[in-house]
Design a binder for this molecule. Structure first.
Ligand SMILES: Nc1nc2c(ncn2[C@@H]2O[C@H](COP(=O)(O)OP(=O)(O)OP(=O)(O)O)[C@@H](O)[C@H]2O)c(=O)[nH]1
Ligand SMILES: [Mg+2]
Ligand SMILES: [Zn+2]
Length: 336
């Protein structure tokens, strides 16, 4: 295999599907899934020069090679001899990421998934009972990462169907989010969700038992995810797994869905309390109307946000969520 970086060679480029530590599963652009290692030698040895001394274009990303690899990363592969071990030579520049600060107060961020198009928050209409506050947290995390978010309310047949379920989630539709009402049991709403995932890299998240795996199995024949098992994320003491899986979506349209552990504590997401109001899309139009500089939207005079709540232009429940989350972020001690 040539050592020259042929940017069009589909056997030399791929997407990281899973892995931790040394060995990573990579889907090459030709479709084959292979195992590749991320060798320290490769990271350091890359001088960024071609044999003729000219600078390689992909050297731009060589700083990224010292970053931690994440699912969703696009990588450049190297193989010294045919049938030899494949090594990850480069992490190509990320166009987006879902990241959080490393737990334990470290300075570095931890990338949950790279090159993400959207975050899909799944809740059940009932069983388990949904927590809108938890949804608000997830939405803030997506907004803070500049990622589009959509909401899925599954198991709607348990509350009398989609229209009956809808009333409870109107605040989110009004805030501009797309809400999908689905039932795996009745096979409802699955086509629209399928369409929304096609060709996209989506991070699917939500509490255990809401039917995330069931939804994916119902939409994609052959995915065969395990259903009904209590996932490890329930066990809050043990989420040291960096892991997560990126599933290539079978069938027309393609795309990927990431199953990731740990979208939990909004406080962990390196977000300053003063940025929080920007993460509530329905508050944005009012933020410039506050009279006080750096208005906290709680007791300040002439607060446009509070006025919007009084006038019914902004949902009171969402506003209260905002206040709660802001208090939480303000109470957080800086850890570096
Ligand atoms: N009534 C009803 N039950 C459903 C529906 N979708 C899934 N379930 C059931 O809900 C339970 C949990 O489904 P899973 O797909 O394992 O849930 P999950 O969100 O993947 O859970 P974790 O993997 O633990 O995060 C299973 O018993 C499913 O059969 C639905 O539309 N209606
Ligand atoms: Mg599951
Ligand atoms: Zn204000």
């Amino acid at each position: 295999m040539s050592t020259d970086a042929d940017t069009s060679d589909p056997t030399r480029h791929g997407v990281v599907l899973s892995g931790t530590g040394g060995i990573w599963r990579v889907q090459r652009d030709d479709g084959d899934v292979i195992e590749a290692s991320l060798r320290g030698r490769v990271k350091k040895a890359n001088s960024g020069r071609r044999a003729d001394g000219s600078l390689r274009r992909d050297t731009i990303s060589s700083a990224a090679a010292t970053l931690k690899l994440a699912i969703g990363d696009r990588v450049l592969l190297e193989q010294d001899e045919p049938d030899g071990d494949v090594a990850i030579a480069q992490i190509l520049p990320r166009r987006s990421r879902l990241a959080r600060r490393a737990p334990g107060g470290g300075r570095g961020e931890r990338v949950v998934a790279a090159n993400v198009d959207q975050v899909v928050m799944v809740f059940a209409a009932a069983n388990p009972e949904p927590h809108p506050r938890m949804l608000d947290r997830f939405l803030v995390i997506a907004e803070a990462n500049d990622l589009a978010a959509r909401i899925v309310i599954n198991k709607v047949e348990l509350v009398g169907g989609a229209e009956a379920a809808r009333g409870r989630w109107m605040d989110y539709e009004r805030a501009g989010y797309t809400v999908h009402y689905t039932s795996v049991k009745r096979r409802e709403g699955l086509d629209a969700l399928h369409e929304a995932l096609a060709g996209q890299v989506s991070v699917l998240t939500g509490p255990s038992g809401v039917g995330k795996s069931s939804l994916l199995n119902a939409m994609y024949e052959g995915l065969d995810l395990r259903v009904g098992e209590i996932s490890e994320s329930v066990n809050k003491g043990r989420h040291t797994t960096v892991g997560g899986f990126l599933h290539p979506l079978p069938g027309a349209g393609g795309g990927y869905v990431a199953d990731t552990p740990g979208l939990r504590e909004v406080g962990m997401w390196a977000l300053s309390p003063t940025e929080l109001d920007q993460c509530f899309p329905e508050l944005r139009p009012f933020l410039t109307g506050c009279r006080v500089a750096d208005c906290r939207h709680s007791v300040e005079p002439h607060c446009a946000v509070r006025a919007a709540v009084e006038h019914g232009d902004v949902s009171r429940a969402r506003y209260e969520s905002f206040i709660k989350l802001r208090d939480e972020l303000e109470g957080e001690k800086p850890t570096w």
